[in-house]
Design a protein around this ligand. Structure first.
Ligand SMILES: Cc1cc2nc3c(=O)[nH]c(=O)nc-3n(C[C@H](O)[C@H](O)[C@H](O)COP(=O)(O)OP(=O)(O)OC[C@H]3O[C@@H](n4cnc5c(N)ncnc54)[C@H](O)[C@@H]3O)c2cc1C
Length: 505
């Protein structure tokens, strides 16, 4: 990124058209000068999530959105308004003098206090079951909004909340160090007075009393509860295959175990051609391990992205040396030898199952909450029991865009749901109106996807898939339900904004 323009030295305002962005720096830190109508804003130029270049993002009203993972920041305060970024970007006061605009004075980040009315009606305590994307985002937001009551995260995981999407990507490939993985340092929980109880399995929930029982027999009661138990890998029985030979990839421990084994393995077999399975294949190829992918479908990912895009992704992987066995299943494992349905055999030192996940509904079902292939929530993320909310991979919510109840397994959606649930726990009555967004990374190709299309009747291609410069629209009855992009990050942001506008009329 060029840091040549010094915003301290002044920029001619005539250079900025409405909605225009000038990239520069203040004291060596990337900064942007943005014009919106008659207003000028000066904010940091680097996203606090994964350092996306905000100058390549999209200005919407008084916000700016990151092209990488669609984080959204306030141009007025720098606050990270929407996940995946949780930390603010810097913000400077804009001074005007003659024809020039200057950014010299850095503004202190604002600290919110809960309005007295909200403080009176806020629950006495909040218990969050699940220390993943939704759980951490909710806890963080409760504190950011000024809630001062006890906040407890109960998580069966042994690790503090971490960057789960990276488990199959750079972390496993070896290009992201351990330090990148925690979403927050341990000091955060101490300083924010968030009780983080790890290795803590919640075994039952009394919905009427908002009381949970832990596996050690202890019980805890809360003023409000957020259920954010995520999903679990589907476990297919394969004759002859058992742990420790058989692996899954959901937790930090799973990824560390694969990392440890990848040092010795020469050949890996991955059963399933899901996003996670294919990302895992790419990471193992980066480690020079031979990879076979065995899956029953005709093209990988065709159910989500369609046949043509699936075939393209398959080619990407084949070019990197991955061998696909499609229309196949593994019928038997004998030591290192795998027998496929066709009778063919393969050998593998490492066997990983990546055939999808199931929402972790055990607690919700035991508690008698309304479920339907997910925990049913209303637009405020309230479950059928008062004071109990649900967010993330388990939540099935009324999607204003499709008019249907939907459940997705996307990182950003889980975090944003956690944030909206937290605001509603504080009595804000904020409707969940997000447009679903996910990304997936295969070598140096990233697919971004906005919207939600379980079924479509047409796929429109705009651009060139082979050149990785393409937008793919999934439509039903002429209406765009979802857009996938390759090499067109700004277009993905624009599509998201358009879908937001369509939904609000
Ligand atoms: C390897 C991998 C790569 C991914 N890559 C992407 C990607 O590139 N893009 C994308 O959009 N999405 C991606 N995802 C999906 C994304 O990570 C999930 O959608 C997201 O983590 C869901 O958040 P959540 O809070 O609902 O659940 P999780 O993050 O799974 O957290 C659930 C938490 O609940 C805890 N828990 C469960 N049951 C109990 C219990 N009874 N008691 C106590 N604690 C419990 C778990 O230990 C965990 O801490 C990926 C997922 C994986 C596994």
């Amino acid at each position: 990124m060029s840091l040549s323009r010094d915003l301290k030295a002044g920029i001619a305002m005539a250079e900025l058209s409405d909605g225009g962005v000038i990239r520069g720096q203040v004291d060596g830190a990337p900064a942007l000068l943005v014009r919106r109508g008659h207003e000028l804003f000066a904010v940091g130029g680097s996203c606090t999530h994964y350092h996306g270049d905000l100058a390549r993002g999209l200005v919407v009203g008084d916000t700016i959105r990151c092209p990488l993972h669609h984080a959204c920041f306030s141009l007025r305060t720098g606050e990270a308004l929407r996940a995946p970024a949780l930390d603010p970007i810097p913000c400077w006061r804009v001074e005007r003098s003659g024809s020039l605009a200057f950014a010299r004075e850095k503004l202190a980040p604002s600290h919110k206090r809960l309005p007295a009315e909200d403080a009176r009606s806020a629950p006495a305590s909040v218990g969050i079951i699940g220390g993943g994307a939704a759980g951490l985002a909710a806890a963080e937001l409760l504190r950011r909004e000024g809630y001062s009551g006890p906040v407890t995260i109960l998580s069966v995981d042994e690790s503090p909340p971490y960057d789960r999407p990276n488990l199959s990507k750079d972390y496993l490939a070896g290009s992201a160090p351990e330090e990148w993985m925690p979403l927050r340092p341990e000091s955060f929980y101490r300083e924010q007075k968030i009780e983080l109880a790890l290795r803590t399995n919640v075994v039952s929930l009394d919905a009427a009393r908002r009381r949970v029982r832990l596996h050690e027999g202890d019980a805890r009661e809360f003023g409000a509860i957020l259920l954010a138990t995520g999903a679990e890998p589907v476990k297919l029985p394969i004759a002859g295959a058992k742990r420790p030979q058989l692996h899954y990839l959901r937790t930090f421990a799973d990824s560390r175990a694969l990392l440890a084994l990848s040092g010795k393995a020469e050949r890996a077999a991955i059963v399933g051609a899901s996003f996670i399975a294919l990302e895992l294949a790419a990471s193992l190829r980066a480690r020079k391990i031979a990879v076979d992918v065995i899956a029953p479908e005709e093209q990988p990912l065709e159910r989500i992205l369609g046949r043509e895009v699936g075939a393209f992704i398959r080619k990407l992987h084949e070019a990197q040396g991955v061998t696909f066995h499609l229309g196949e299943t593994v019928t038997r494992v004998d030591g290192r030898t795998l027998t496929l349905k066709s009778g063919a055999t393969l050998s593998a030192d490492l066997l990983v199952l990546g055939v999808g996940v199931r929402p972790a509904l055990g607690l919700a079902e035991q508690a008698g909450l309304a479920t339907d292939r997910g925990v049913l929530v209303n637009a405020y993320l309230e479950t059928s029991a008062p004071g109990i909310y649900a967010a993330g991979d388990i939540a099935r919510w009324p999607d204003p865009h499709s008019g249907e109840h939907v459940r997705v397994e996307h990182w950003v959606v889980a975090e944003r749901q956690g944030q909206v649930a937290a605001r509603n726990i504080l009595g804000r009555r904020e409707k969940l109106e997000l447009v679903p967004f996910f990304w997936s990374q295969h070598y140096d190709t990233t697919i971004r996807y906005v919207g939600h299309a379980e079924k479509w009747d047409a796929i429109e291609f705009d651009g060139d898939l082979e050149r990785m410069d393409c937008a793919i629209r999934y439509t039903r009855g002429g209406r765009v339900l979802a857009v996938a992009t390759l090499g067109r990050d700004l277009e993905a942001l624009r599509a998201e904004e358009q879908m937001e506008r369509d939904a609000t009329g």
